[in-house]
Design a protein around this ligand. Structure first.
Ligand code: NAD
Length: 482
């Protein structure tokens, strides 16, 4: 483990300019594992200066050269899989097995994907009319600010920095202060991979200090943010009048829609995974399970049985399905949400509180655990079904027919992702057409092709990540006509 987690600025580790630090806590044990640089505007300014200095040479490199460095970095992430997975698990409380099989491999995959994508990408276009000829030139937009959340730390961090670096931007990035360690490790690995100093800078610290300073820095014209909707709104208020280019990936309250004709076992397994992977702390989690009435009772019972069987325990132990929530503060929010569900008249079918201490190994009895919770009997308009909980809490409700399924699913101010379970593919496509979400899965959840646009409608965000959309985002077009 690291004892101190510094910034990574201009190719070297640096403490916060003012020397401020904050503790990093393993939420599964409650123990402090490191001290984190608690950076502010001075550190961001230094990182911006380094990134600005590195920009001309980096943006002038040919795409295949940038791609090669990204691939080398991916190789180092794969080499250090065990170490990085451990850091991720200790930082976030997620099962080590999940970090090993999903978070870290996908982080490497992001780096490899954008390396390949930029090799194949033709940023410039040539257009003709009868009396004109044009060139559309796309050039790297400058220093990019990349701000990411705690739930999939390295995975979402690389999902931003990989396209930015591939497209030729230099980067000032800030991971969440809850989960800083893998981003710090990536900064070091970038030097080993051969990235020149200043190309990737990692500024650590609180959102209100380091994050806000990135958004407000006039030398950072591009901001990509993943996090909560309220934070996204604050970022817009600052970046809007500065006319920055902003992409926001925000919250979700996603429906899992199960029709009577679905493959029953696959739908139950899919709904459990969608509801509870990473303790329900994934923006894409299906937290409102809607089931066609004829199948409802059977589905609910099977679903609850499967949820009860999830093993809550030490994230370091193989066989643990559910680790700790990210912090005690977050657990308190989840507890309040479950209290509210009860007050709204919801029936708690399983979970509903923390595990019995005796059911946990002694090492993790001080952890921020919560039993996977299923609630029934709530109308779609109530707060439990409208507010993002971002924890292991799922509601179940019946519907009659496609029209009602669409109405209930779309009854949300969010529009990130929906998943639909049916054997009738035409129905799946019909539903996809009518569901007001940026992402719709049919008989699947979190099935990713990194080329497709990723992002949400309504209060789930602005803009799309993934594939060429992401590369375009980090470039500025210029029209040249003669
Ligand atoms: P958050 O908004 O609290 O923080 C996200 C990041 O923003 C952190 O790095 C934080 O330090 C920083 N930040 C906080 N205040 C800031 C400010 N004023 N200016 C600049 N930066 C600031 O979110 P979180 O609690 O870390 O993550 C959970 C949220 O993220 C959930 O709402 C979840 O749905 C959302 N999320 C969305 C996606 C997506 O792709 N749509 C993916 C993962 C998580």
């Amino acid at each position: 483990m690291m004892n101190r987690v510094p910034n990574w600025i201009d190719g070297r580790p640096q403490p916060a300019a003012r020397g401020c630090e904050m503790p990093v806590v393993d939420p599964a044990t409650g123990e402090q594992v490191a001290m984190l640089a608690a950076s502010g505007a001075e550190d961001v300014a230094e990182a911006q200066t380094a990134a600005g200095r590195a920009f001309p040479a980096w943006s002038a490199r040919r795409a295949p050269e940038r791609a090669e460095l990204l691939e080398r970095l991916a190789g180092l992430v794969e080499r250090d899989l065990d170490r990085l997975a451990r850091l991720e698990s200790v930082d976030s409380g997620k099962p080590l097995a999940l970090a090993r099989s999903v978070d870290i491999p996908r982080a490497a995959a992001n780096l490899r994907f954008f390396a390949e994508a930029v090799r194949a990408w033709k940023p410039d276009e040539e257009l003709r009319t009868a009396n004109s000829q044009s060139l559309v030139l796309r050039r790297p937009a400058g220093v990019a600010g990349c701000i990411s959340p705690w739930n999939l730390p390295l995975y979402l961090f690389t999902w931003k920095i990989a396209p930015a670096l591939a497209a030729g931007c230099t980067v000032v990035a800030k991971p969440s202060e809850e989960t800083p360690m893998t981003a710090a490790a990536l900064g070091e690995l970038s030097a080993e991979a051969g990235f020149p100093a200043g190309v990737l800078n990692v500024v650590q610290g609180r959102g209100a200090d380091a994050g806000a300073a990135i958004v407000a820095d006039p030398g950072i014209p591009v901001i990509t943010f993943t996090g909560g909707t309220a934070t996204g709104a604050r970022i817009m208020q600052v970046a809007g009048p500065m006319f920055k280019r902003v992409a926001l990936e925000l919250g979700g309250k996603n429906p899992t829609v199960v029709f009577g004709d679905a493959d029953f076992d696959a739908a139950v397994a899919g709904a459990v995974r969608a509801g509870f992977q990473n303790q329900g702390q994934i923006c894409l989690c299906g937290s409102r399970v809607l089931v066609e009435r004829g199948t409802y009772a059977r589905f609910r019972d099977a679903f609850v049985e499967r949820v009860r069987a999830l093993r809550v325990g030490d994230p370091m132990e193989a066989g643990t399905d559910q680790g700790s929530l990210v912090s005690q503060a977050h657990r308190a929010k989840v507890a309040a949400a479950v209290e509210r569900a009860r007050a709204e008249g919801g029936r708690v079918l399983c979970g509903g509180g923390p595990p019995e201490p005796a059911s946990l190994p002694a090492r993790v009895r001080g952890g921020a655990f919560w039993m996977p919770t299923v609630v029934e009997g709530l109308p779609m308009g109530c707060a439990t079904n409208q507010e993002e909980i971002f924890g292991p809490v799922v509601t179940v409700a019946p519907f009659d027919g496609e029209d009602e399924a669409v109405a209930l699913a779309n009854h949300s101010r969010y529009g990130l992702a929906a998943n639909v379970w049916t054997r009738d593919h035409a129905r799946g496509l019909r539903m996809a057409e009518r569901l007001d979400f940026g992402i719709v899965w049919i008989n699947a959840w979190l099935l990713r092709d990194l080329r497709v646009p990723f992002g949400g409608t309504k209060q789930s965000g602005v803009g799309r990540e993934g594939g060429d959309e992401a590369l375009r985002f980090f470039t500025e077009p210029k029209a040249v006509t003669w």
